[in-house]
Design a protein around this ligand. Sequence first.
Ligand SMILES: Cc1cc2nc3c(=O)[nH]c(=O)nc-3n(C[C@H](O)[C@H](O)[C@H](O)COP(=O)(O)O)c2cc1C
Length: 209
Amino acid sequence: MKTLLRIDASARVDTSYSRSLADYVEKAWKQQNSEHQVIYRDLAKTLIPHLQQNTIEGFYTPQEQMTSAMKDVLAISDELISELLEADEILISSPLYNLNVPSGLKAYLDQVVRIGHTFETGEGGVHQGLLKNKTAYLVLAKGGSYRGTLYEAFDFQEPYLKAILQYIGIKPQAVFSLEGTSDQDTLQRNLPNLYQQIDTIFQTQPQIL
Ligand SMILES: Cc1cc2nc3c(=O)[nH]c(=O)nc-3n(C[C@H](O)[C@H](O)[C@H](O)COP(=O)(O)O)c2cc1C
């Protein structure tokens, strides 16, 4: 049985393009994997705490020496990492907020990028991601258009997500990026391409939404 961990980051719960596209990807993924389970992590519904002094000290303290305050504050990191470990594939849906991922998704990543658990630094400072055999699908929504424009370098969302996933050993498998959601004409032009890309990757028949 295959396990998909789905992480949604848009603060908009009902009218979000990234969530609606992630629904489409999830359906296609389920069609491809008849035996499956999905773990949902909705970052708008359960806020992930920012790192605190105890969290960082706990990250660098051996388990047997941790104080109870450190253990308490690390419980959420433990829980999120065990969800990641359980997953074969990860689906992240994210809007572009102020040129990057929403702070909720950054807080999530800060909790799971953890020395000795998801990455390690070996001799000579060589970095190694510790998660193995896991791939990720990224579903991104942006109000404006960046790719191929003068502003492409201003969009840190996709390069950051790809880099941080690889940092912990997860291979980005496909990126479905919807640009121009703030402009109806651009949006209507871009949407069919996005659905087609998803259908191609999952080799499914177009779905009726
Ligand atoms: C707080 C906030 C910041 C945003 N910042 C940007 C931005 O920097 N660039 C951009 O192109 N769109 C920006 N947008 C527009 C969103 O990227 C766009 O509405 C997108 O569709 C949101 O994803 P969603 O539909 O899944 O909620 C911003 C929207 C909000 C609410």
